[in-house]
Design a protein around this ligand. Structure first.
Ligand SMILES: Cc1cc2nc3c(=O)[nH]c(=O)nc-3n(C[C@H](O)[C@H](O)[C@H](O)COP(=O)(O)OP(=O)(O)OC[C@H]3O[C@@H](n4cnc5c(N)ncnc54)[C@H](O)[C@@H]3O)c2cc1C
Length: 480
């Protein structure tokens, strides 16, 4: 069969794959997204977008589109589900959590990817790959082969791409499993509320939440770790576990959907083998506590998109693509570690419960609360760009600039020079870096160079120094 040529093939149209496709399209990269499932998943799992992901959506003009589909909740109380109001000092215009259905978020992100020109092919799985110095040949489940300059595995925790590459996924296997499903419930609301309060005191992974029309989301610890994670639990498994924990099965019946998830924690040995990269759950998995996995994947995509586009367009400086793993791997390591800690704090054993009480006390100190919520919401990430002021490598909040908002200037996914001196220029880089000269910008630095992902690449006021940093991040200017 023919081998149509793309710049980038993405395996998987979950949140990570869809976000990456849209980012690549901002730079006119020819993208094919392959998604194994014919229909998007229909389950009503609610996920939360944390502050940094909301900021990224605002940077691409997508937030307005998401807001009507979600519910805003306070940004506090996420670390190990320790109930605490949000800390003071969350320096963001989007300091809340946006809860929304996973399937709706994936639909909106896929629609955006298609709208900006990505081709999304459903019912088509990646089953094989072969790479050489020129590109990657990808085998599809229907027997077709496609050719691309790069392949990115955004195909989830059981990633076929990762396995085909032979990349190890070391870490800890699941020790516990939780059943999760949607079903009708016979018991009256008062009985459910009373049992939830009673059982919830010692077991955190237990709830029955009304979803409307008599359907409840039911979550209860499983009896053990299943041999075959692909095999869904049965209604009998739910009834047995509800009785074991609450003394009643609440008359659950007519399930719509049933699933299980574990607390396995794993990190891919590498994020890149030649022309094939990994992002999202394909690169890292951890328990859902704190609600960080999807956020981490979206942020991987945001970090990778412009770098891979630069590589495809031919202006990427030598090591730019490798900075993806160098920057994102430590972030994933930190998330894996904080979820390990959160899982311990949710154990019903007396030791961890005592530590939980102590930490609950400590969170009364605003700095402690702020530090932990900063981790969960990813607003304190500082990439290592070498020696420099504290701002270097950090995000900039959505400050007022030139009579508008900073993030509105980042919709195109280009770099941006914020010049308070009015005497610097982006010169030959103007095809990939925008310029705003504004003496009134409320920043504590004379000039700032922002990467397309909103991280500070340079702080200073000298043209020569700026040119060196433009070349470091945006390659040689076309005139050179
Ligand atoms: C109960 C629960 C609650 C959660 N809550 C939150 C939360 O509140 N906040 C949060 O940030 N995270 C949460 N998560 C984690 C989050 O769901 C995942 O981290 C996120 O979905 C990962 O996105 P992804 O795109 O990387 O992978 P996935 O969502 O797994 O998407 C991968 C896609 O690839 C497709 N695919 C697989 N194999 C192939 C193949 N060979 N070829 C082509 N396509 C393929 C799949 O069909 C799928 O569509 C939760 C997880 C669970 C289990």
């Amino acid at each position: 069969m023919d081998s149509p040529m793309f710049d980038v093939v993405i395996a998987g149209c979950g949140p990570t794959g869809a976000m990456l496709a849209a980012e690549l399209r901002l730079h006119d990269v020819r993208v094919l997204v392959l998604e194994r499932e014919i229909e998007p998943a229909s389950f009503v799992r609610i996920v939360g977008l944390h502050i940094r992901s909301l900021e990224l959506m605002a940077m691409r003009g997508l937030l307005e589109r998401l807001l009507p589909h979600g519910r805003q909740r306070p940004a506090g109380g996420f670390f190990a589900a320790i109930a605490h109001p949000p800390p003071e000092g969350l320096d963001s215009a989007h300091a809340y959590l946006l809860g929304m259905q996973h399937s709706v978020l994936v639909r909106l992100l896929s629609e955006r990817a298609i709208e900006v020109g990505a081709e999304v092919r459903r019912g088509s799985a990646v089953v094989g790959l072969e790479q050489d110095s020129e590109g990657v040949t990808v085998d599809l489940s229907d027997g077709e082969r496609v050719r691309a300059s790069f392949l990115v595995g955004c195909d989830g925790g059981r990633s076929t791409v990762r396995k085909l590459l032979g990349v190890g996924f070391p870490g800890e296997p699941a020790r516990t499993e939780t059943l999760m499903g949607e079903m009708e419930v016979g018991a009256p609301p008062e009985e459910i509320a009373a049992k939830m309060a009673e059982v919830g005191r010692s077991t955190k992974q237990f709830w029955l939440k009304p979803l409307g029309e008599g359907i409840h989301q039911v979550v209860v610890p499983a009896a053990g770790v299943s041999e075959d994670r692909e095999e869904p639990p049965t209604l009998g498994d739910f009834q047995q576990q509800l009785r074991a924990f609450a003394g009643t099965d609440f008359g659950v019946h007519s399930p719509r959907w049933m699933s299980r998830f574990g607390d396995a924690t794993r990190l891919a040995e590498t994020y890149r083998v030649g022309r094939v990269l990994l992002a999202g759950d394909a690169a890292h998995i951890h328990p859902p506590t704190g609600g960080q996995g999807l956020n981490l994947g979206i942020q991987d995509a945001f970090n990778l998109g412009w770098k891979l586009a630069a590589q495809v367009r031919g202006w990427a400086p030598g090591a730019l693509l490798d900075t993806y793993e160098a920057e994102r791997r430590p972030v994933a390591e930190d998330v894996l570690d904080n979820t390990r800690a959160q899982m311990e704090l949710q154990s019903s054993e007396p030791g961890p419960q005592a530590v939980r009480r102590l930490l609950t006390e400590l969170m009364g100190f605003n700095d402690v609360n702020r530090h932990l919520i900063g981790k969960i919401t990813a607003i304190d990430i500082r990439y290592d760009f070498g020696e420099g002021p504290d701002l270097l490598g950090r995000r900039l909040p959505d400050v007022d600039v030139g009579g508008g908002r900073l993030y509105d200037l980042l919709h195109g996914g280009r770099g941006l020079l914020l010049d308070r001196t009015g005497h610097l220029v982006v010169g030959g880089w103007s095809d990939r870096v925008d310029y705003l000269g504004d003496r009134t910008v409320g920043l504590e630095a004379p000039c700032i160079l922002l990467r397309p992902d909103g991280h500070v690449a340079w702080v200073g006021d000298g043209q020569q120094d700026l040119d060196q940093h433009l070349a470091r991040w945006f390659g040689l200017s076309p005139g050179d």
